[in-house]
Design a protein around this ligand. Structure first.
Ligand code: XIL
Length: 382
């Protein structure tokens, strides 16, 4: 008998267990659905929602070709409040022939942004890279007077096309050398638009043209390697101070931040903090425009150091109300520019190749949520 009772008891016990498990699953499913419905408007669960509570725009560079990927477009729309075309507004793509403007790809990004209530940051109007052949390989050498007309009409045309739809422009991109001198470029001195050897006058002219084309757009000079105190950031600061003093239409400085995992050393962060503060003290906005933190591999230790870097950079931006946007250079490792320019490196962004959230994403979200509501809205006086 004992043998017959034991298995029957076991079966009963098992049935009770699995019945309970079923009920539990059902209850948790119903509760989960209710939870999900209740949580939908909870802004603490996306970068853009969490950042908005601190009056911070959460931006990313984006590419028109990737919009057709469902996970790309859904992540972009859900997580970011600012979109910057990664390549589509650059001189070569948008002005491929002397009398041809090709706005299709950039327009698609702007339309996407508008459909998802995102701001658009224009990038860029004056740069020495990604220029069309008709600028770089002209049979007859350019005269400064001709180049001046070309650049004036380029800026008028592009800024005019996006008037009211692009709220801020990188008017001039990467104009300085590391030692703080002006970089030798087709626009500055080879042959330049007429102000070769006259310091920042080329930049000033470009800002004035952009301002004339859209007086409400916020105008930036964007620079690489000028994040911390150094000769380049000193030159940017001196330019900014001079422009503010003379009423040149400059709204802010963009700091790129293409960095590695060793960036967030204490002394470096302190230096960055001082640089941001001295620019803010001029009444200018500062935006972190192209953040990515490249790694040599994606092991857990590196991902956690990367997360700490993202958190530290975001923290410095959050501490300064003049820091109005925190933008990464793309958001998924699948479409990052790093592997193409730095072989053996990559894994630089907050989402992995499969759009899974990385420790960097979680660290940023946590940082944003812990800072909520402590920042006032800032806009430069211009
Ligand atoms: C990069 C893009 O990400 C690449 O796809 C392109 O091939 C080259 O340009 N500083 C800038 C950006 O201001 O425009 C650059 O973008 C990265 C460095």
């Amino acid at each position: 008998m004992g043998f017959a009772v034991q298995p029957a008891r076991r079966i009963n016990a098992r049935m009770r267990l699995s019945l309970c498990a079923l009920v539990c699953v059902l209850i948790s499913l119903i509760a989960g659905a209710a939870d999900a419905a209740a949580q939908k408007p909870d802004a603490t669960e996306t970068l853009r929602g969490a950042a908005q509570k601190s009056n911070l725009l959460m931006g990313t560079a984006a590419g028109a070709d990737s919009l057709s990927e469902p996970l790309y477009s859904s992540t972009l729309a859900a997580q970011y409040s600012q979109l910057e075309p990664e390549n589509e507004m650059k001189f070569g793509p948008i002005h491929p022939e002397p009398t041809t403007y090709d706005y299709a790809a950039a327009d698609a990004l702007v339309a996407f942004a508008q459909a998802h209530a995102m701001r658009v940051r224009g990038h860029n109007l004056v740069w020495q890279e990604q220029l069309p052949g008709w600028i770089t390989h002209r049979l007859l050498p350019w005269t400064p007077a001709d180049l001046n007309r070309v650049l004036a009409s380029h800026i008028a045309n592009v800024v005019g096309h996006y008037k009211g739809r692009v709220y801020a422009w990188d008017v001039v991109n990467e104009p300085f050398n590391d030692d703080g001198t002006m970089r030798s470029t087709v626009w500055y001195n080879s042959p330049g638009i007429g102000f070769a050897g006259q310091g920042t006058r080329t930049i000033e002219q470009a800002l004035r043209w952009a301002h004339a084309a859209d007086p409400t757009a916020r105008l930036f000079v964007n620079e690489i390697g000028a994040e911390v105190l150094n000769r380049k950031s000193n030159a940017v600061y001196a330019m900014a101070k001079d422009f503010v003093k003379r009423g040149v239409p400059l709204s802010g400085i963009g700091l790129e931040f293409h960095v590695g995992p060793g960036f967030d050393q204490l002394d470096n962060l302190d230096s960055l903090n001082r640089n941001v503060r001295r620019l803010a003290a001029l009444g200018l906005e500062v935006q972190f425009t192209e953040v990515d933190v490249r790694l040599p591999n994606n092991n857990a230790a590196n991902l956690s150091v990367q997360a700490q870097n993202y958190k530290d950079l975001l923290n410095i931006c959050l501490q300064q109300p003049a820091c109005t946007a925190f933008q990464t250079w793309g958001f998924t490792d699948k479409h990052s520019w790093i592997p193409a320019i730095d072989h053996g490196h990559g894994w630089a962004l907050p989402f992995d190749q499969n759009y899974r959230k990385k420790p960097a994403y979680l660290a940023m979200l946590k940082k944003l949520n812990s800072h909520s509501g402590t920042r006032v809205r800032f806009q430069s006086s211009r």
